[in-house]
Design a protein around this ligand. Structure first.
Ligand code: SF4
Ligand code: SF4
Length: 338
């Protein structure tokens, strides 16, 4: 028996019986496929980085195929935030109608997509030798669509690396220990409550720091290389998506938000440039974000600040030309030629 990839099924946040049924049937079917192991886990978004499930996922080598009730981008960057790293795998599930409508609306009007030549955080990372495929279970209730797609991905993995995971399986020890991975789904069981925090898509993020300036709840921080990160996730105010509207690259995802673009909908159309800002509130996005932030400040017993604090100048119509007092001070220091 050769293992080519690991399947992970992430439970939805609710106990909706229809969802539970699909998860359960899929787990049984996928575990029987040749070439994979199948692990059923709690909702990935709700898991703490220190949870046993995340620690387990970090030990799985080779390609991962993750099925859950979130947009593919959201699943991918949730895993990334938790140290489960891989290249973004392209899947072939059908595009649903909501995505198509959203894409159509984003293609209307001015086309102000971000410049393609800006450096992204992901460009600084070392190359990764495995792929993570994320499949959104909301696409269809048809089990066979997912089974077919998993089989397609496994065949690709098998061609690219004929026996990549056999050593890992043998390293587990006895045949009895090995057999627990084959033929039957395995379930991990971490207690989770519902969480709410931003997830950064580092394939879009330019590390501009506008989110850290805007957030007044201490959610964002930087790592040792001065790269933005979500440092205190649980400081985020439940239900509020404010900073996603001020990010100039639309790189901030709130996976459970009702607006698809904010929840991480793919929003790409075969290389066409899209005005993503339309999906985040258009020209009113910054005002909306400031209002949402004020609501949260007041609920937390603090004073509203309106547009007076941390409003990104790039979002207020002056992307390359606005100058503030800090710019003028830097110019003055330069002119002193110290
Ligand atoms: S505002 Fe957006 S692009 Fe800028 S650092 Fe934050 S996530 Fe990255
Ligand atoms: S939604 Fe609000 S509290 Fe949460 S990270 Fe963004 S600005 Fe901070």
């Amino acid at each position: 028996m050769t293992i080519h990839a690991h399947v992970v099924i992430s439970y939805g946040q609710s106990n909706n019986p229809t969802k539970r049924q699909l998860e359960s049937v899929l787990a049984e079917r996928l575990a029987k496929l040749d070439g994979v192991t199948t692990l059923v886990v709690p909702n990935l978004y709700d898991l703490a980085p220190t949870s046993s499930t995340i620690q387990r996922l970090k030990t799985l080598p080779g390609d991962l195929i993750v099925l859950g009730w979130l947009y593919d981008r959201a699943t991918h960057w949730i895993l990334d935030r938790n140290g489960v790293l891989g290249k973004f795998g392209i899947t072939e599930l059908p595009i649903d109608e909501d995505d198509e409508e959203e894409l159509d609306s984003s293609l209307d009007g001015d086309n102000e997509a971000s410049a393609d030549d800006m450096a992204r955080v992901i460009d600084e990372r070392p190359a990764l030798d495995r792929t993570i495929y994320s499949l959104d279970l909301r696409k269809t209730p048809d089990v066979e669509v997912f089974v077919d797609e998993v089989e397609r991905i496994v065949s690709i993995a098998a061609q690219s690396r004929p026996q990549p995971l056999l050593d890992w399986l043998q390293g587990e020890g006895t045949a009895e220990q090995m057999s627990r991975y084959l033929g039957e789904p395995e379930t991990t069981d971490d207690a989770t409550g519902r969480r709410w925090y931003p997830v950064i898509d580092f394939s879009r993020c330019t590390n501009c720091m506008e989110c850290i300036d805007f957030c007044l709840f201490g959610v964002y921080g930087v790592n040792g290389a001065d790269t933005i990160l979500v440092e205190q996730a649980d400081n985020c105010r439940k239900g509020c998506p404010a900073c996603s509207r001020v990010c100039p690259e639309n790189a901030i995802i709130f996976p459970q938000h009702k607006t698809p673009a904010i929840a991480g909908s793919p929003a790409n159309a075969g290389g066409l440039k899209i005005d993503l800002s339309q999906l985040f509130g258009g020209s009113n996005a910054v005002t909306e974000a400031a209002n949402e932030r004020d609501e949260q400040l007041i609920m937390a017993g603090r004073d509203a600040v309106g547009m007076a604090v941390g409003i990104p100048k790039r979002q207020s119509g002056g992307r390359a030309t606005d100058r503030d007092e800090l710019d003028n001070l830097v110019d003055e220091l330069d002119s002193l030629d110290l």
